[in-house]
Design a protein around this ligand. Structure first.
Ligand code: IPD
Ligand code: CA
Ligand code: CA
Length: 293
């Protein structure tokens, strides 16, 4: 195992936040609504408060940008993106898939506020499984001390993929069509409810590909570096460069990226789509089958 520059300390912080989340999880938490179905709990806030306190003590000259409202020192060279609890809906329902996400960006002098620096460290910690995913730029991606790599699957047909659905303005989003198309062309599409775990699973080869609309930098920053350091690729749905403020991500093992980009181009153009039967059509067909028996 390599020695990390920032991640050693950050892993300790993520572990501590994960233990705090586990406590809340075991006792149950009340849900509050941030949007349509965008949930938040006392555990999200307590985890962010703990992480911010620890980061500020360990790295007093770094900035912090947290999902639950922290905006400290954003003019500094180093900036931590913090998702104190990724998978809040799962967490609040007692569904065991959530994690803590920490991503460190280095922003060299002279960058415009809307320009990206480079991701230098990433931590994704799944407290229930005690799985610590970590990466530092140039030092590889690791899971519990073992080097990880993306899968070697060469075709979408042989792939296991994942996606998620936005929690705001859901009726405006076409992802259910994408879900259908990719389900029919692969081994399946998982929707486990944690973008952070989805990206970490692409990095370690449990998934071959993952896409999602409308994510934020605290969701993607850690996974971005994990996937790159594990040898994978991230782009927009049209192949454009993925950046921290990208509102869409397609992350794969690299080998199926081209095939998925073709499929996305087809889907956005409405080409070669498989029709989805409406429930009424399905019921009519079933009735006709039963009548003919
Ligand atoms: C959410 C999860 C989910 C994804 C949502 C995210 P949160 O993060 O990552 O998988 O589909 O879009 O907002 O709100 O649980 O931190
Ligand atoms: Ca999140
Ligand atoms: Ca969150």
């Amino acid at each position: 195992m390599v020695r990390f520059e920032f991640a050693e300390v950050a892993m300790g912080i993520a572990r501590e936040a994960g233990a705090l989340l586990k406590e809340y999880y075991e006792h149950g938490v009340a849900m509050e609504y941030k949007g349509d179905v965008d949930l938040v709990t006392a555990a999200d806030r307590a985890s962010e408060a703990l992480i911010v306190k620890r980061l500020e003590a360990a790295f007093p000259d770094h900035g912090v940008y947290g999902e639950e409202g922290t905006r400290d020192g954003l003019d500094r060279e180093f900036r931590w993106y913090v998702d104190p609890l990724d998978g809040t809906t799962n967490f609040a329902h007692g569904f065991p898939a959530f994690c803590v996400l920490l991503g460190l960006e280095r922003r060299r002098a002279g960058l415009a506020p809307d320009e990206d620096g480079e991701m230098v460290a990433a931590i994704t910690y799944d407290a229930l499984r005690d799985e610590m995913f970590v990466a530092e730029r140039g030092r590889g991606a690791w899971l519990n001390g073992h080097r990880i790599h993306v899968s070697k699957t060469e075709t979408l047909q042989e792939s296991l993929t994942a996606t998620g659905f936005p929690s705001q303005k859901r009726h405006e989003n076409p992802n259910v069509h994408f879900y259908q198309e990719i389900t029919l062309r692969s081994h399946g599409v998982r929707r486990a409810g944690s973008a952070g775990l989805d990206l970490a699973y692409v990095a370690c080869g449990r998934l071959d590909g993952y896409w999602e609309f409308k994510l934020n930098p605290w969701d993607t920053s850690a996974g971005y570096l994990l996937v790159e350091e594990a040898g994978g690729t991230l782009t927009h749905f049209d192949g454009g460069k993925f950046t921290l403020d990208s509102r869409e991500v397609l992350a794969t093992n690299g080998l199926i990226q081209g095939e998925m980009l073709h499929l996305f181009a087809d889907m956005f153009a409405g080409r070669n789509l498989e029709p989805i039967p409406t429930p009424a059509e399905f019921a009519a067909r079933r009735k006709a089958r039963e009548a003919s028996k």
